[in-house]
Write a protein that binds this ligand. Structure first.
Ligand SMILES: Cc1cc2nc3c(=O)[nH]c(=O)nc-3n(C[C@H](O)[C@H](O)[C@H](O)COP(=O)(O)O)c2cc1C
Length: 193
């Protein structure tokens, strides 16, 4: 699959199954990730790879931290949270490790991590795998971050669930480019007197 085809056909499969991307495929995905544009060459990305039994341990962290955020969370919600990491054989948590920089505000470091996450998804797709991007309140919970070896100040930009598509993505409905793309040809003069 060439690059344009990968970019324009990537979509989030409804279900993922085994096998996960093998180590060569994962390596290629991570090498694509670190080609994200990176103002100041800060390498602001951190990637946490979670697979096998560690997914259940992550589920326990998600349930425990949900309970801490919401002591009244019903058992069904805790069970749902606990099961989330089992939705895919491989999870890559993508975070931005933010640092103070006079020319590179935090938002640019977070955007770079987002671009890295997108590169991972496209590189997975280009190699015949699939993935979907999730966040939710757990992404912004300091205890979730530290349980994964991240710093509480890191920004998780996404949990990437990765595997082999078991149920294909629904057909994409691309937006009408004419509605979202304009060509600027010079200042717009006010019609007001
Ligand atoms: C930063 C970010 C966070 C997202 N978080 C969620 C999420 O928590 N739950 C969800 O259903 N979709 C989430 N999405 C959207 C899906 O990953 C997906 O892109 C969307 O359902 C459209 O499907 P497509 O990727 O096939 O176009 C998120 C997307 C981004 C960029």
């Amino acid at each position: 699959m060439d690059a344009l085809e990968a970019l324009t056909t990537r979509a989030s499969p409804l279900q993922l199954a085994d096998p996960p991307p093998d180590s060569a495929a994962l390596d290629a995905m991570l090498r694509a990730a670190v080609r994200a544009p990176d103002h100041g060459r800060l390498h602001p990305w951190r990637f946490v790879v979670i697979r096998d039994a560690a997914r259940s341990a992550l589920g326990d962290v998600l349930a425990t931290t949900l309970k801490a955020r919401d002591p009244n969370a019903p058992e069904a919600a805790l069970a749902k949270e606990r099961a989330k990491p089992l939705r895919a054989p491989l999870i890559v948590v993508v975070a931005a490790r933010l640092r103070e920089h006079k020319n590179v505000p935090a938002i640019e470091q977070i955007i770079s991590a987002g671009a890295a996450a997108q590169n991972i998804l496209v590189a997975a797709h280009a190699q015949g795998f699939g993935g979907f991007w999730r966040t939710g309140p757990a992404a912004y919970d300091g205890d979730v971050k530290t349980a994964r070896g991240l710093d509480a100040q890191d920004s998780i930009v996404g949990f990437l669930y990765l595997g082999t598509p078991a149920v294909a993505a629904p057909p994409a409905i691309p937006p009408d480019l004419a509605e979202i793309v304009t060509e600027w040809t010079g200042p717009v003069h006010s019609t007001h007197p």
